[in-house]
Design a protein around this ligand. Sequence first.
Ligand SMILES: O=C(CO)COP(=O)(O)O
Length: 252
Amino acid sequence: MTDRRPLVAGNWKMNGLSAAAAELDALAKALADRPAPACDVMIAPPFTLLAPFVAAASGTPIAIGGQDCSHLEPGAHTGDIAAVMLRDIGATSVIVGHSERRQDHHETDDLVRLKAEAAHEAGLVAIVCIGETEPERDRDQTLNVVTTQLAGSVPDAATADNTIIAYEPVWAIGTGRTPTAADVATVHGTIREVLVERFGEDIGNGLRILYGGSVKPANAGELMAVANVDGALVGGASLKAADFDGIIDAYR
Ligand SMILES: O=C(CO)COP(=O)(O)O
């Protein structure tokens, strides 16, 4: 049995003005005042808040990550952010291939893999997102879709230290709907098998697999207890410290 330390990560998406730093401070206070959870904690704010959040999280158990990075080296690419820039400012991880980027920016598995490789090159942990859409689920294509996305999006050089997988069914994001615990167990179990087959027992069993999609304090306990669920990638409920801390409670 491989020990995988769970991660509860908050993806703030395109939310948060400077005043939102108060939520980070409130989360740090909750983590200091309440029993220490048996998990890592990360917040990925928008780029504009990275610097103040890194400063505010210093000395706390909260790590700060980016929500995306370019696959390219620094240079003439207006509007893009290189992985090395995230690392330089104090981020330790970056989300790549979120379904909103796959949809809004037509990101392909190939591009997502290149972004993960750029993250590794810069010394960042790549959190690689995969997940089926509702029509794919209705056509019973869930396992095919996640298997194809894993093959295309996860770099060959993935290790348990540099890569985390996040399974986020697209239809569960921001909808209040979640798969059943049995469905999550099936998908995460398949992801685990694919990882072990490709990377071998050590790495395949060491890679963490997060679940994301409408995780709330009320359902976190049940979802986090599912086999091969090694934490959560949380959107809406990560914006308020009390809600996010209520999800972290799954590991207290
Ligand atoms: O997309 C997500 C995290 O990356 C999940 O978002 P919600 O938790 O708002 O459903």
